[in-house]
Design a protein around this ligand. Sequence first.
Ligand code: SF4
Length: 377
Amino acid sequence: MRKVTLPRMGYSYIGFRAVFDELGHEFFEPLPLTKRTLDLGVKHAPEFACFPFKITLGNLIEALETGKVDTIITAGGIGPCRYGFYGVMYEKILKEELGYNFDFILLDPPVKPYGSFKRVWDIVLKWKSELSWRDFIKRLVRGFKLAWRKLKRVEELEALLLKKRAWVKDSSKVEAIFKSAIDKMNLSRDLDEVDRIFEEAREKMESIPPERDNVLKVGVVGEIYTILEPFSNLNTEKLLNERGVEIERAVWTTEFIEYNISPGLPFPLKQIVGYKGKEEIEKYSKPFLNEFVGGHGRETVAHTVMFKKKGFDGVVHILPFSCMPEVVARSILERVSRELDIPVLSLSFDEFTGEAGLITRLEAFIDLLQMRRRLAA
Ligand code: SF4
């Protein structure tokens, strides 16, 4: 039995827990992110490493410090950005520089030359451990189904939270319902129970009466980690919600899996997840950006166009400082904003970003959107 963890990115750990629980491994839930996490990451990462790398590195160090982890799993990446280096850098810093002893499992994309049958096979054997093949496959499929259902339900609830919180003056009640449902879904090992917890929480959240007459609607686009992990963006979505702005996120963990991971999954895991082609992304980004620039750069442009078509008041673009794909997207968003007449606020985050400056920028953006609403009325 392995004692396994991975870096925290929003609620994505809930899906991984479901699989490891079913396979009989001990899952170490990623620790909450704090200033210490970031300080550790900044201290041990190369100065110009991406901001998400610094946070996740600090998170892994804190997990290893507990002595309760013997296996770390992370995803690998390809394309013209630094994500492909994360795995190598984690291993080098944590093992060679800091002297931790653990088994490192890097899930490279299942395409050549990064993934190979041999690498996938080695990983399968590690997870199978002493289970019979029949038992292993049965548990893997069950764990995968549960993980997928949980991730979908958690995201549906979070999407509702990002809307509902904008309509109330005190968000604590809606957040408490959300948090309690997330905790229950995290621990549940039953598909129907997950659905029941979700439905119950959805009904409770929807039944909270609105306390504002009107709210603004803003789409959030950008780099996946910095969007999904509130610690990394200083809780920008909550700050917007509390100022009467309803949020729709363009990027989610399941959507990332459906677009990017699903094609390489074996039967029947691929069928559980489904597959999304990128035709829509290509169609909407094409007039402004006609090629893959790494990360979610192309999606950022396409989703901004889509938000305009859906009648949103504006778009907030969240990116880590110096993130290459998003810096490319940001320069293109200036043209998208001008030509389509949709305000875009780009916010870049690193260890030096402060909340006071962020709030000032958000409030100025909200003033602009409200003024445009008034003028359009
Ligand atoms: S998408 Fe941006 S932040 Fe993420 S690894 Fe690539 S360059 Fe770094």
